[in-house]
Design a protein around this ligand. Sequence first.
Ligand code: 5AD
Ligand code: SF4
Length: 486
Amino acid sequence: MVYCLCNRTLDKKRRNSLTKEINKEELLVQQEYIEKVKAINAKREQMPLAHVHSFGCQQNVSDGEKIKGMLAQMGYGFTPETAFADLILFNTCAVRENAEDRVFGNIGALKKLKEKNRNLIIAVGGCMVQQEHIAQRMRKSFPQVDIIFGTHVMHTLPQMIYEKLSENRRTLSIPESDGVIAEGLPVIRESKVKASVPIMYGCNNFCTYCIVPFVRGRERSRRPEEVIAEVKGLINDGYKEILLLGQNVNSYGKEYDFGFAKLLSELDKIPGKYKLSFMTSHPKDCTHELIDTIADSRHISYHLHLPVQCGSDRILKEMNRHYDTAHYLELIEYAKKRIPKVALTTDIIVGFPGETYEDFLGTVELMKKVRYDSAYTFIYSKREGTKAAAMPDPISDEDKGKWFRQLLDVQNSIGEKAYERFIGDEVEVLCEGIGRTADGLMTGHSRHGVIVDFNGTRDMIGKYVTVRIQKALPWAVTGELVSVND
Ligand code: 5AD
Ligand code: SF4
């Protein structure tokens, strides 16, 4: 049976009430469901195991950590193997079609597991199923899926699992909403050293190619005091790297008159030895103040990920990006001037509808001017419901593929030499584990976010060391240990 919690018909007043912070009472109701599921699980002969896989971006990984936190409270252990799992949960991504195809493929493959084990619970959540047409396809064509839940109801997972366990109820819950903030959900973090902290959710920018504003709702910031308290807690708990997350961190805090640069300055004051990094910056909102804040800070990474998307002003307009290449290059010049040896990375889309070879050459030229350390390049993927999906797209997939490979070649030749600027520098790194560039080396990241392999020993893991850089590779540098600092 399909129990649909869909509230698409709710009036505006009620919908607006869904854009707010989830209140304590609602979370207490879910806490009761957590206890009920825990009681059911406690009666089993063995601890039930959950397999949770998050596709896509850091935000999804962060959501996955909260899902795991709730599952742990419900009495689940975890397994990396779907074959041993009593509950399989995919936290999905919708940004490009190939991510969705992978999820459909993976769910198809679970059919056999479900035939072997009728009690297996399969849940699919996140951005992909927040799209009505995908959720309906999943419901109809994949009967093995028990729970389909969108981005705005993740905190109700305990209720959905309880209803499946107690009444064998199948759930489809993809309410339309401008977005919610659920504070205080439990978290199981993937790493003991690095922690992600979402500072805002959703997006208001509606870049014409992008599905994110449709599936993640309107931009909304967490209260500054919540963010500061969480980061303080993590640093006190020994975390050494904090990654602040948001689709457009530069517009953080509008509701509170507490901008992103101010948030960074406040966080930078927290005592301790740690690194602060963030993603993603939007060039239209990235300011000199932000760049100055990074340059003058003690803890903020000297790395700026500034997605340009395209090097043609005409296409940037079609993409609704609200900046041109001159503005972008000015920001880059300022960052290069203010932040020592700044590490620059970007996202680029090749083959946006109507893009010509000349437009594409604008991207190549921009890439050569900026000289990125690395670039995440994507072939345009049509997303149903976005403005670009309705634009004429005459360029063949074959041509787009050729342009894409041409761009990769340009970036590879830049990337090969990019790290040479660090040769001879002494940099401090937190030793994180075994290196990959050669046998017998240890590894860590520099303040620029660059992988640094060096001649250390295993007992240095978790300690800060100083390394003199000797050699640059396309994706890492190697060097000699100078000192162990603590
Ligand atoms: N097609 C290809 N790439 C896309 N991105 C977002 N939407 C699409 C799309 N429809 C890329 C952008 C964004 C990154 C996270 O994903 O470059 O910055
Ligand atoms: Fe998508 Fe643009 Fe928002 Fe980034 S800023 S999430 S690309 S709409």
